[in-house]
Design a protein around this ligand. Structure first.
Ligand code: GAL
Ligand code: ZN
Length: 679
């Protein structure tokens, strides 16, 4: 987190979204008492309070907010004070109906929920900036205000608006991108295809619903535009707040989830003082612990160090088809897994379970049942845990492995008209991440053009689109001695979604020492057998391609299907490094064995050799000490070699620490290992 505007709330911050405006004031006193009991140190305040703060345009009522901020201050609780701009009031839309968004099919949406506004609307921007300015100026010096919470989850419900105002904003963005050169746009989009050539900027529209598939580059630029358009709202609010209160750090809550991909957070993260994330479990995900870890590692990578978990849940959410409750101990493991991976704050949606409104069935720190409930006991316990972990703040995770994560590549892969419509970027990445998680190997996420010097192993599970600089960067990494592994259908297109001709996986052909002349994607029902240096019974799904070796050796082959006898996994030794290609999607056991071999050859070590299975092992490394996090997901408990102090119990550890069944241990290690094990 940036040191220019540090968060002044000490330790690991603890709290939740707090909506006192939904409750009579008598309840506030009880809130304060219970927050103190739970060890809450910071709450996210006023996120959806616009209608009460500004009852009509330009008329403000801050009395309630004044009282609640004073009350928080009196109770030693800090406020992460929100600009309420995710939910404009009804009066705003009656005055500015043109600010309502229009969907792809041309349907105009109505107010009556939240985040239903056009991101390009000048009226919305004006209204949002004026309430942000009012809050900034009024509360800049309020001692309770520790951070600004800009908006809420940009793009969660309105990532794209297809109205005429948005069309015009899109054209501006395109003129900027293409240096006002329409021919350059036509070439980039390949508009000689299907008679799509544009003669006038005004002819260009958002990719509204069409009868046949729309132009891929048009859609890709649209995704880039939509991300940038929301970012410009965020930075505009940030600037207003910075002007009013230059000392207060600002964040906005990201959301890294399989189901949300609207924003290119590599472009967002550097604009914020503090990076924060919201993460929710999917009820039908049998391995949600992996998802928690992946999103946390991605956040730490975006932040370049510690970050805050802004929202997760104590129990069930209310927006999935069936919303499962958490198992005993699961909430604590979720929260502490985030801390293990760099979170310096843990917060929930929400403090007190709502009685009315669309989220009345969402869990909270204080459930409908009240304090006589396991959830409340767990919330109090977690507060004590985080207090005991205060000193880990500021430490980070040192990884030798990087996974390439790129939103352009994700968007392009998931456009229509692909060889297979079955490929999902986050699933492909998670495939490769999972065995590393299980093995307890620390992982960072990087952009394709990142500085890779500190890594021994770089994985690109899915990099369909890559620009020349990114491809050259990965290639150079392998040539100068690194180990690179690339997943199928990577390197296929450039930044304009143009095929890189000459055979697949085009941009990586040379470094991988292979050339494929035709792709053979598999039907959802199809499974191929693999043979070679893989376990008996190894299988693969989703993808295959006809490969000729051009310097690489084949490690595994397809054993059946039209490509029987052809390479499925290859290994090449270019320059002084190693480059692997996985031309299919191996079953999890086979993939884990391959990852094992790849890591071993790359001299990548797990945090703990021979850790019991089901034990999540992460080390946070600080300037004064290292912290070993041990989280038992298997429910069997574990005994692990360690020396130091177990912080959650305060007990000294001599030789071995016991992790209770389903529990967590965090050891401040006696011997600091330094930032990296070998430097
Ligand atoms: C988040 C949102 C919160 C709340 C929560 C419910 O997406 O930011 O306001 O709606 O989901 O899970
Ligand atoms: Zn619009």
């Amino acid at each position: 987190m940036s040191s220019v505007r540090p968060l002044r709330v000490p330790g690991i911050t603890y709290g939740g979204d707090y909506n006192p405006e939904q409750w009579p004031e008598e309840v506030w006193a009880e809130d304060m008492r219970l927050m103190r009991e739970a060890g809450v140190t910071m709450v996210n305040l006023g996120i959806f309070a616009w209608a009460l703060l500004e009852p009509s345009e330009g008329v403000y009522d801050f009395a309630r907010m004044d009282r609640i901020l004073d009350l928080l201050q009196a109770n030693g609780i800090a406020a992460d004070l929100a600009t309420p701009t995710a939910a404009p009031p009804a009066w705003f839309f009656r005055a500015h109906p043109e600010a309502l968004p229009v969907d792809k099919d041309g349907r105009s949406l109505w107010y009556g929920s939240r985040q239903t506004f056009c991101p390009s609307s000048p009226a919305y921007r004006r209204a949002a900036l004026s309430i942000a300015r009012m809050l900034g100026e009024r509360y800049a010096e309020h001692p309770a205000v520790a951070m600004w919470h800009i908006h809420n989850e940009y793009g969660c419900h309105n990532a794209a608006c297809y109205c005429d105002t948005s069309a015009s904003a899109f054209r501006h963005w395109l003129r900027d991108r293409y240096g006002d050169d329409l021919a350059a746009l036509n070439h980039a989009w390949g508009t000689t295809f299907w008679s799509q050539w544009y003669y006038d900027w005004e002819e260009i529209l958002p990719p509204r619903a069409t009868g046949a598939p729309p132009n891929p580059t048009h859609q890709l630029d649209w995704r880039r535009f939509c991300s940038d358009e929301l970012l410009s709202l965020c930075t505009a609010e940030r600037d207003v707040l910075r002007q009013a209160a230059p000392h207060i750090p600002a964040t906005t809550n990201f959301m890294v989830m399989r189901t949300f991909d609207a924003l290119d957070y590599w472009r967002w993260a550097p604009e914020l003082d503090i990076v924060s994330n919201d993460h929710y479990l999917m009820s039908d995900d049998p391995e949600s612990d992996v998802d928690v870890a992946l999103s946390a590692d991605l956040m730490r990578s975006l932040a370049g160090g510690p970050w805050l978990l802004m929202e997760h849940s104590t129990g069930a959410v209310n927006w999935q088809p069936v919303n499962r409750a958490k198992h005993p101990g699961e909430m604590r493991r979720n929260a502490l897994a985030n801390v293990a991976r760099g979170a310096d704050g843990i917060s929930f949606f929400q403090w007190r379970a709502a009685i009315a409104g669309a989220e009345q069935w969402h869990s909270a720190m204080l459930p409908h049942a009240g304090t006589d409930s396991p959830i409340w006991q767990d919330v109090v316990q977690l507060g004590a845990d985080l207090k005991a972990l205060a000193e880990v703040r500021g430490s980070t995770v040192a990884a030798r492995v990087a996974i390439v994560w790129d939103w352009d590549a994700r968007w392009a892969l998931e456009l229509p008209s692909q060889p297979s419509g079955e490929l999902r970027f986050q699933d492909l990445v998670r495939d490769w991440y999972t065995p590393l998680w299980r093995a307890g190997i620390a992982v960072d996420f990087v952009r394709p053009d990142a500085d890779l010097d500190r890594y021994r192993l770089v994985l690109a599970p899915s990099l369909y689109l890559v620009n020349d600089a990114g491809a050259a960067n990965l290639e150079a990494f392998a040539e100068r001695g690194g180990t690179l592994a690339v997943g199928f259908h990577s390197g296929a297109v450039d930044e304009n979604c143009h095929i890189r001709p000459g055979g697949y996986p085009a941009a990586f052909r040379d470094i991988l020492g292979v050339r494929a002349d035709e792709l053979f994607p598999l039907l959802p029902s199809q499974t191929l057998q693999l043979t070679g240096q893989v376990r008996t019974g190894a299988t693969a799904t989703q993808w295959s391609e006809r490969i000729k070796l051009a310097g690489a050796e084949a490690v595994a082959y397809f054993a059946d299907g039209p490509l029987a006898g052809g390479p499925a996994v290859t290994r090449h030794a270019p320059g002084s490094g190693i480059a692997w290609y996985l031309a299919t999607r191996p079953d999890p056991v086979t993939l884990a064995a391959l990852m094992d071999r790849i890591c071993e050859e790359a001299d990548v070590q797990p945090v703990l050799v021979d850790a019991p299975s089901g034990l999540e092992v992460v080390r946070r490394t600080g300037t004064d000490a290292d912290y070993l996090f041990l989280i038992d997901h298997a429910g069997a408990g574990a005994k692990v070699v360690a020396d130091g102090i177990e912080l959650l119990t305060g007990h000294a550890v001599h030789g071995a620490v016991t992790v209770p069944a389903g529990g967590v241990a965090v050891v401040r290690e006696s011997h600091s290992r330094g930032f990296l094990d070998d430097v």
